[in-house]
Design a protein around this ligand. Structure first.
Ligand code: PMP
Length: 443
């Protein structure tokens, strides 16, 4: 690895060069584009991000679950360099190329289910979700889409409608797309009658709402993140997803798993649905698929994917050859380095430390997630009242010590951890130590 796997702080965070660049950003870039941590990046690799002041930060964010294989992963770099020298774009809809087909073959093979599948490639996660909706409507001839509380599916018009949280995603951006219906999430920590009742009662509410307010025969698809990402790493109560998917199948409703954040080894399996033994009709993928290059996809049952009329799907850049080459390098890395195993290892290191932290600090109301997608939810001790102020304080203390950590959650009170799957144990340990110290000084 060309970047030394060591945390180094040579200035305060952010340093003077970052601060200068940030002033340029403010003058040149729309204020609508936010910044979590204004350190400007020069290089990155493994579990380290190097900034323009020479600081080396520990990465517990992986560019929001994207560089699971690490930044500038060798197989990704090699394939991208070769591809970019051969050709950069022809448009797959005009004159196609093998790399696109090879990515679809790989994703068809790796996603849950042994049935015949097809895929289509796009650029962003939101675009994949938009297309999953188009495909579901076209294949079923039905208009309605059901989404969940705390869901996040993107920032385009259709996906804003599917996303639950107003601020900052939807505020003042309406009106939104129609025929979207929302149902409660089986969120164990916040289930009113307690986590033990969550799966049963959430399932009963789900079926009752779809029946009474939508009508099964009007419903094209239900879309669910098998572990909710931006909503706060909410793991649905065990059994809920499988029952819901079965009920959908019984009513001709497609089950769409949005695996954009959970997919490609992140949760310790290739896809998070596997842990529930659920085979979705359609799966959306992005983020981890291509080691940092923009690529996304929809994969699903052949008869559903092929129900769309010829030319009905696509876009100028979807499945760009350089992004496809990166995806082939990223997937090869995940297989060769057993990154599903690496995600499980990360959980075995982090979860006990997070649990111990929760013992010490009653503000940590819940520890949850799976694999290298773990989170803690901060509340007023003893209850479920969110504590976003403490969350912000802890994350700020982490940043100051050179740990890139992210928040999430509908109430802004979740600290989430998404290290690159190739991070070493020493950095993992040091990152956890920084988090523990941040609680000691903030809580
Ligand atoms: N779905 C999920 C589950 C996501 O986590 C995200 C991104 N955070 C999206 C969709 C949207 O992806 P993108 O930002 O690439 O449009």
């Amino acid at each position: 690895m060309s970047v030394e796997q060591k945390r180094v702080l040579v200035t305060e965070i952010p340093g003077p060069r970052s601060t200068e660049l940030h002033a340029r950003k403010t003058a040149a870039v729309s204020a609508g584009i936010g910044t979590t941590l204004p350190v400007y990046v020069e290089r990155a690799g493994g579990g380290i991000v190097v900034d323009v002041d020479g600081n080396q930060l520990i990465d517990f964010g992986a560019g929001i679950a994207v560089v699971s294989v690490g930044n500038a992963a060798p197989r990704v770099v090699e394939r991208v360099q070769e591809q970019v020298a051969d050709f950069t774009h022809t448009c797959f809809m005009v004159t196609p190329y093998e790399e696109y087909v090879a990515v679809c073959e790989k994703v068809n093979e790796l996603t849950p289910g042994t049935h015949e599948k097809r895929s289509a490639l796009f650029n962003s996660g939101a675009e994949a979700v938009e297309n999953a909706v188009k495909i579901a409507r076209s294949a079923t001839g039905r208009p309605a889409i059901v989404a969940f509380d705390h869901a996040y599916h993107g920032r385009t018009n259709m996906t804003m409608a599917l996303t639950a949280k107003n601020m900052p995603y939807k505020h003042r951006f309406g009106p939104f797309a129609s025929e979207i219906y929302r149902v409660p999430m089986a969120y164990p920590f916040r289930w009113p009658t307690g986590p033990e009742n969550c799966a049963d009662e959430a399932f009963a509410e789900f079926t009752s709402l779809v029946h009474a307010q939508v009508g099964e025969e009007n419903c094209a698809a239900v879309i669910l993140e098998p572990i909710q990402g931006e909503g706060g790493f909410v793991v649905p109560a065990p059994g809920f997803v499988a029952r819901m998917a079965e009920w959908c199948a019984d009513h001709g409703i497609l089950f769409v798993a949005d695996e954009i954040q959970t997919g490609f080894c992140r949760t310790g399996d290739w896809f998070a649905c596997e842990a529930e033994g659920v085979v979705p009709d359609l799966i959306t993928t992005a983020k981890g698929i291509a080691g940092g290059l923009p690529l996304s996809g929809v994969t699903g049952r052949a008869e559903i994917m092929d129900a769309v009329h010829g030319g009905g799907l696509g876009g100028t850049y979807g499945g760009n050859p350089v992004a496809c080459a990166a995806a082939l390098g990223a997937i090869e890395t995940m297989q060769a380095e057993d990154l599903c195993g690496a995600a499980r290892h990360i959980e075995s290191v982090m979860r006990p430390r997070l649990a111990a932290l929760a013992e010490r600090y009653p503000a940590i109301g819940d520890v949850r997630g799976r694999g290298a997608m773990l989170a803690i939810e901060l509340v007023e001790p003893g209850g479920t009242v969110p504590d976003p102020a403490l969350t912000a304080k802890v994350v700020k203390a982490c940043h100051a010590e050179g740990l890139i950590a992210l928040t999430a959650g509908t109430y802004g009170n979740v600290l989430r951890f998404l290290p690159p799957l190739v991070i070493g144990d020493e950095l993992l340990d040091e990152g956890m130590q920084i988090l523990e110290n941040a609680f000691a000084t903030s809580a």
